[in-house]
Ligand binder design. Structure first.
Ligand code: PEP
Ligand code: MG
Length: 410
């Protein structure tokens, strides 16, 4: 999409966490998704208001609505400018706890976008976008150049390179991808990589070599159990031996992390913590798989609730396991970029929050205005609620009390 040609877009299908929405956020294009029948309702020449914050499209607005939205737009822009002032300030709570606010990127060109928004480092580089819109798999040099480019521009901050997470709603045009009845439960991410290990090896070689040029960490998506970790480590050792024998420069000990995004992984977080260097929680999938809601499906999007008691319990369990094993705990799902949840995640013990870069100033505003003690109390209060609705009310009251101006913009 040419950013300069597109003011915004609306779709019939999808939800807040489908990859179309994630990309729109990444590119800074306002979007409203999952509207079910918007393509049938709008015709060329109609005047529309596209409210990307609430996911609403108003067709042929009356004058009052139009003026109201103009006012809203101006206020929003003003608030964004105010947040700009936080850009060079650290994300530190009132009582001195430091949180790393990082960016999620999809393309190498976005390498500096995190710093431009006042963040530090890249907590999630979704490398599958290297694989899409083409007929053949990327070469080792393409991998190497892309990761090196991002690592060099981000140093000394970290770049968490996630290995290929293809499948689900991200399907390449290669013959290797078969049409599946349930793609979200199918040959996706690490499952694909371990079955097509020749493709995976090329990427691993590229990452290990690029890591010489910056602070690269490697993140494995869709881990469901320990066997996948053992197999990945075995492959990594084989690839290192190859590079060694070829005399190629590479990093011997790139930190290895796993995404916690399948309930089975969350439930064995204590075991996984013994095998890896860090966790990064992917709530987009963790919520999808815990609550059995297809993240692509607009008909069940209303059930997609980060504050569902089952989700909160899993998050808490993972946080405790990371703390007990003394390994860093990050979150890179969309939940990490919503200011409503920032205090809760702090209180649970997340030290790194990685998000679409435009959200960094909003989350920073919350982090800089709370005390850890209050965040911990909020977690305990939210976790006592029996339903997502009650938990949301609790979180909203906390925010409204402390951040009335910020809540008014959400
Ligand atoms: C997630 O699942 O939360 C995540 C960050 O990965 P993706 O959205 O690419 O599946
Ligand atoms: Mg995921």
């Amino acid at each position: 999409m040419r950013k300069d040609k597109i003011l915004g877009f609306a779709t019939d299908a999808g939800s807040r966490t489908s990859h179309t929405a994630i990309l729109a956020r990444s590119l800074g294009i306002p979007a409203a998704v999952g509207l079910e029948n918007i393509t049938a309702s709008v015709k060329t020449g109609d005047v529309v208001i596209l409210d990307g914050i609430h996911g609403v499209v108003i067709i042929d607005p009356d004058e009052e609505t139009f003026l109201d939205y103009l006012k809203k737009q101006r206020k929003y822009k003003y608030f964004e400018q105010e947040l700009e002032k936080l850009k060079t300030l650290p994300a530190t709570t009132l009582d001195g706890h430091i949180v790393q606010l990082e960016g999620n990127i999809e393309l190498p060109e976005e390498a500096t976008s995190t710093v431009e928004h006042g963040g530090t480092g890249i907590g999630l580089y979704r490398t599958e976008f290297l694989f899409l819109n083409r007929q053949s798999f990327p070469t080792e040099e393409e991998h190497y150049n892309a990761y090196r480019h991002v690592a060099e521009r981000s140093a000394p901050h970290e770049v968490v390179v996630r290995t290929l997470d293809v499948g689900g709603d991200k399907i390449g045009s290669f013959s290797e991808f078969e049409k599946e009845a349930n793609p979200a439960l199918g040959l996706r991410a690490i499952r694909f990589c371990l079955q097509k290990s020749d493709v995976f090896r090329v990427q691993l070689r590229g990452i290990l070599r690029a890591a010489v040029h910056g602070n690269i960490k490697m993140l494995i998506p869709m881990i469901s159990g320990l066997t996948e970790i053992y197999e990945t480590k075995k492959l990594l050792e084989e690839v290192k031996a190859e590079l060694r024998s070829e005399g190629k420069a590479f990093h011997e000990s790139v930190p290895l992390g796993v995404m916690i995004e399948i309930p089975s992984a969350a439930l064995i977080a204590d075991l996984l913590a013994k095998e890896v260097d860090f966790f990064s929680v992917g709530t987009n999938d963790l919520i999808q798989y815990t609550l059995a809601i297809d993240r692509q499906n607009e008909h069940v999007a209303y059930m997609y609730e980060p504050l569902d008691p089952a989700v909160l319990r899993l998050l808490k369990y993972v946080a405790s396991a990371a703390e007990a094993a003394n390994i860093p705990l990050a979150m890179c799902g969309e939940m990490a970029g919503d200011p409503l949840y920032a205090a809760i995640l702090l209180g649970m013990g997340f030290q790194r929050l990685s998000m679409n870069v435009a959200s960094i100033p909003w989350v920073k505003k919350v982090v800089r205005s709370v005390r850890m003690q209050d965040a911990v109390e909020l977690v305990s209060l939210v976790m006592q609620q029996p339903t997502a609705t009650a938990a949301r009310k609790t979180a909203e009251s906390f925010m409204e009390e402390r951040f009335p101006d910020l809540v008014a913009e959400l």
